[in-house]
Design a protein around this ligand. Structure first.
Ligand SMILES: C[S@@+](CC[C@H](N)C(=O)[O-])C[C@H]1O[C@@H](n2cnc3c(N)ncnc32)[C@H](O)[C@@H]1O
Length: 202
C-alpha cells in the first residue's frame, strides 16, 4: 500500500483511541514557548492537527485564529466537535493549498514524521511561501536518529514513519528559508523527538 494511505487510513481508524490517550502528553510547555513569539489574534496553521486536542484547542483558548489541516476523516470529525472555534480542512500537508502570507505562525505536532522524508523539504518550501515574513513555526521533524522508512503496528493498525537525523533536518529547514531559533531533543510522554522553533526569513 502507498505510504500516505497507510497513515491516512490508520489514523482514521484509531482516531478515537488516539484522542483518548493524547491528553497524557499535553505539550503545554512547548506550545507556550511558541505563543510567546506570536501576538494574540494571529492566524495559526496546525499541520496534521489530529483531533484538535490539545494543540488547536490550546491555541483557540489563548485567542488565536486557528486553521487545522489533516487528511484523516476520523480525526477531522473529532477535531470539529472538540474545537468548534477553529476551522478544520481536509488537506495533505505535502500539498498545502493556501495563498502566500496566509498565516502568522504554524505548528505541527507528531505529523511530519509520518511523511516520506524525501518530501520533507517540499513541506518547508511551501510553508516558507504561505507564512508571512517573520512568522514563527514549531514542529517536531525527527527522532534522535534517522529512519528512512519504517512500518510497524501502532495501536492495532499498520503505521509508517520516516525522517532524517536532527542535523540534516535543521539543514533542510534552513535551506528552505527559515532561521533556526531553537532545536533540541526532548523526551515527552516517553518519546524522544527533535523539536524545532524557526522564523520565516523573507
Ligand atoms: C500522531 S497524530 C498527531 C495529531 C495532533 N497533531 C496531535 O498532536 O495530537 C498525526 C496526525 O497527522 C496526520 N497526518 C500525517 N500525515 C499527514 C499528511 N501527509 N497530510 C495530512 N495529515 C497528515 C494524521 O492523520 C494524524 O492525524
Amino acid at each position: 500500500m502507498e505510504k500516505s494511505r497507510i497513515v491516512k487510513s490508520g489514523y482514521s481508524k484509531i482516531a478515537l483511541k488516539y484522542h483518548r490517550q493524547r491528553g497524557k502528553y499535553p505539550n503545554i510547555k512547548l506550545i507556550s514557548r511558541f505563543i510567546r513569539h506570536i501576538p494574540k489574534a494571529s492566524r495559526i496553521l496546525d499541520l496534521g492537527c489530529g483531533a484538535g486536542v490539545p494543540i488547536s484547542k490550546f491555541l483557540v483558548g489563548n485567542g488565536y485564529q486557528v486553521t487545522g489541516v489533516d487528511f484523516a476523516d476520523g480525526m477531522l470529525k473529532l477535531a470539529r466537535k472538540n474545537v468548534p472555534g477553529a476551522k478544520f480542512m481536509k488537506m495533505d500537508i505535502t500539498n498545502l493549498k493556501f495563498k502566500p502570507n496566509s498565516f502568522d505562525g504554524a505548528v505541527s505536532f507528531y505529523a511530519i514524521i509520518h511523511v516520506p522524508r524525501k518530501k520533507h523539504p517540499k513541506i518547508y518550501k511551501r510553508l516558507h511561501k504561505i507564512l508571512r515574513p517573520h512568522a514563527i513555526m514549531l514542529l517536531n521533524a525527527s527522532g534522535t536518529n534517522t529512519w528512512e522508512e519504517y512500518t510497524d503496528d501502532y495501536m492495532g493498525v499498520p503505521m509508517f514513519w520516516s525522517f532524517y537525523n536532527p542535523k540534516k533536518t535543521l539543514r533542510i529547514i534552513r535551506n528552505e528559508g527559515f532561521k533556526i531559533l531553537w532545536g533540541d531533543v526532548l523526551k515527552l510522554g516517553g518519546e524522544k523527538q527533535f523539536w524545532v522553533l524557526a522564523e520565516n526569513k523573507k
